[in-house]
Design a protein around this ligand. Structure first.
Ligand code: HEC
Length: 717
């Protein structure tokens, strides 16, 4: 029983190296030209002058996350070693892909903070904190993560959890302009990386489950002025439609869908294709989840769960392809989109590729949106039997439509998808796409229309789902893999299981390697052709973000951001850090020491069965998205079963109703729940704590809290 936790060695290092304030670091930075990225340079990303760069989120416009660098190969990858790392000042989740331009590495962290380092040594150059209000965290479905920046013409662009888009001088780290992309006080949240094309910064947002309407915006990169905006779903017809497509889309909806927003928020994938002059955006799921509650009577609910192509210059619609019409399972279609030239049917086709949550791998013609193929990339999919190639529509399984049948249904993939935001990669050398996948199933049970005045409005019964999952016929699958998929033959080529965990994002190289981290505290290199694991290293924390590789002074570096640990039955440590490797790197992570286990010490049970049941439902609606199912914490949020506050009704209410911890992201829920509801939640959590104490789990890693560094610091050599 060992836990992975920073030793006092780290604490000493942190004190000395982190003592410097971000401001001092910023003033020390030389104001030399930085982030000199433009269209010509991005188009030449694979030319010798630029092969060492990682200038945009997906490395170049194709977003293949493939690097032409060849110094690290299958033959020498075993010599890869840590060369520097930087601990972040938060233990919240990390999903950032760094951007590297001319020796400077830009990385974002939870709470939308941005840091610039010397890419070779890890020397901090500057830090930028947009001062996101902690209270805004309640508007983020899935933690206050951030996936990265865009670089362009001397500036880097950061989108924040509270809906702002900020241009920052890449040399000094000072804000140049700062605009809100959302209507004031509407519960949107941005976690995605902006993209830039033709001098326009493109950004979407999350917020579907918070009764919002998704949209993609384009801002002038120099001035921050809104250029165009394209809504994903139609609004109230009484207010008039923004364009013809919204009018057309409204015909695929019924009832008064605009009252619950509709959803469709495009929170991740945005790709510009210089060959077609189109921007492709992946749109989000419908909300509330059950389609019959969202808009009864069927219909496709355009443009939910689609790829939409828009003209970059005007934002006008060009075409769309909807992967999941009448979506009901949280099948966002926002997963990374890549462009490529593939040999299909005896010719070279310029295509888009996507492996969205619904489990099918799509290849579409990039200019027209014509469906070229759509085959499963995971097993066990049961919401649809397949995709009809003639109509392009899924052949749906009526039993999976739990909102129509009124009966719960075990549906695969589960709501987290067969693959979601973790970056995928395509190697033009092997011709394979590399995808982190999950095989899983979920018991979907519709609840009545959710009137949750704050937090997510899913209209799903977590309690009934949990009950259904106990049935003997419940599928017991939940397996993570890194898979190689051939988009031309539509066959799986290899799969590397991540036993008991999930794979992180993938990156492939001309050195014949694929890099990916996982939730089992590991970062690894695989042979791109065969999936043979050639190298692995202990990261002390889960690493799900997209790895990158770059070159400085003739040396190739590989970097990945860690900081997500699997939800477990214990509160587990979650380091948030950037890890950078090179051949012969000799830096060491601090030793790990054991911390005492958290002890379950619940008070005596209280509350009738009905009260506890009410507590369970209320917990499911308002608390579980952060605190996990059944009162069980994840790595980033306290496990309420262990919380001292459950011992006292007063202490519990001070936090839950008075907002004592609001600035840390635990807001007051007084708008949504009454004191008796809070007490029912406490009764439910106490019952779970007593159960856990009486049924201790099989021993595993000792739970502990990881001390967070005050300021990100470089380590190692
Ligand atoms: C948006 C995410 C989020 C939601 C939703 C949320 N919490 Fe929290 N909660 C947090 C965070 C973050 C903390 C830790 C705050 C800190 O470290 O100061 C926390 C802490 C707590 C604590 C103190 C735990 C301890 O170890 O002392 C209690 C009690 C609590 N939450 C109860 C609830 C209840 C009850 C609900 C539902 C009504 C809820 N929370 C919903 C994020 C959330």
């Amino acid at each position: 029983m060992r836990s992975l936790i920073a030793s006092s060695v780290c604490a000493v290092l942190l004190l000395s190296a982190c003592g410097k304030s971000a401001d001092k670091a910023a003033s020390a930075a030389k104001a030399a030209p930085a982030a000199q990225v433009n269209e010509a340079r991005l188009l030449a990303a694979n030319e010798p002058a630029n092969v060492g760069q990682w200038m945009s989120h997906g490395r170049d416009y194709s977003e293949q996350r493939f690097s032409p660098l060849t110094k690290v190969t299958a033959a020498n990858v075993s010599q890869l070693g840590l060369t520097w790392f930087a601990d972040f000042d938060t233990r919240r989740g990390q999903e950032s892909t760094p951007v590297i331009v001319d020796g400077v590495l830009y990385v974002t962290t939870a709470w939308s903070k941005l840091y610039a380092y010397e890419a070779k040594t890890g020397k901090p150059l500057w830090a930028f904190d947009p001062q996101v209000p902690g209270e805004w965290a309640v508007n983020a479905c899935c933690d206050v993560v951030n996936r990265g920046v865009a670089a362009w013409n001397g500036k880097v662009y950061l989108a924040t959890i509270d809906g702002r888009l900020i241009a920052i001088d890449a040399a000094t780290g000072k804000s140049v302009w700062d605009v809100s992309t959302i209507e004031k006080d509407k519960p949107y949240a941005i976690t995605g990386a902006p993209r830039i094309a033709k001098g326009k910064v493109l950004i979407g947002q999350g917020g579907s489950e918070f009764e919002q309407r998704g949209y993609l915006s384009a801002y002038d990169a120099e001035t921050g002025k809104l250029d165009w905006r394209w809504f994903v779903v139609p609004g109230n017809p009484a207010n008039g439609f923004e364009n013809k497509q919204m009018e057309m889309a409204a015909k695929t909806w019924s009832g008064e869908w605009w009252k619950t927003g509709g959803g469709g928020a495009p929170w991740d994938s945005i790709v510009f294709d210089p060959k077609t002059n189109l921007v492709y955006v992946g749109t989000g799921n419908g909300a509330p989840w059950p389609s019959e509650i969202r808009a009864p009577g069927g219909g496709d609910h355009l443009f939910l769960s689609s790829i939409v192509a828009l003209k970059i210059d005007t934002g006008e619609y060009a075409w769309h392809y909807q992967t999941t019409p009448n979506e009901s399972w949280d099948y966002d279609n926002v997963s990374q989109i890549m462009t490529a030239d593939l040999p299909i049917g005896g010719t070279t086709r310029h295509v888009l590729m996507q492996a969205p949550k619904n489990g099918f791998f799509y290849v579409l013609d990039a200019a027209s949106g014509e469906l070229l193929s759509a085959e499963p990339y995971v097993q066990g999919i049961n919401w649809a039997k397949g995709i009809d190639k003639k109509t392009g529509r899924p052949i749906k399984n009526p039993e999976a439509n739990y909102s129509k049948t009124g009966k719960g249904a075990f549906v695969s993939p589960y709501y987290g998808g067969a693959h979601t935001w973790q970056p995928i990669s395509f190697s033009p050398n092997t011709g394979f796409a590399y995808i982190p996948t999950t095989q899983s199933s979920y018991a979907f049970v519709a609840a009545k229309q959710d009137d949750n005045p704050m937090g997510q409005k899913l209209s799903i019964s977590f309690a009934k789902s949990a009950e259904m999952s106990q049935r003997p016929d419940a599928p017991k699958i939940s397996i993570g893999y890194l898979q190689a998929f051939d988009p031309v033959t539509n066959k799986e080529v290899w799969r590397a299981p991540v036993e008991g965990g999930r794979s992180g994002g993938a990156m492939s190289t001309a050195g014949g390697l694929v890099f990916a981290g996982n939730t089992l505290n590991e970062f690894a290199a695989y042979k791109a052709e065969t999936g043979e694991k050639l190298w692995r290293t202990d990261t002390q924390t889960g690493a799900l973000a997209g790895p990158v590789t770059y070159e400085v002074d003739g040396e190739q570096f590989v970097a990945v951001v860690g900081g997500f640990r699997q939800t477990g039955s214990y509160w587990a440590p979650n380091y948030s850090r950037l890890l950078v490797y090179k051949l012969g790197g000799t830096a060491k992570l601090p030793d790990v020491v054991e911390f005492p286990a958290q002890v379950l010490n619940p008070p005596a049970a209280f509350g009738s069965a009905e009260v506890i049941k009410h507590g369970e439902e209320t917990y499911g609606r308002f608390c579980s998205t952060c605190h996990g199912g059944e009162g069980r914490g994840s790595s980033m949020f306290p496990d309420l079963r262990y919380a001292g506050a459950i011992n006292s009704a007063e202490a519990f209410k001070t936090i839950v109703l008075d907002g004592a911890l609001a600035k840390n992201g635990m807001v007051s829920f007084a708008k949504a729940i009454k004191p008796e509801d809070a007490e029912a939640i406490r009764a439910y959590v106490v019952s779970k704590a007593i159960y856990a104490k009486e049924h201790p789990p099989t021993p595993r890693a000792t739970p502990a809290r990881a001390p967070a560094a005050a300021v990100p610091a470089p380590h190692g050599g």
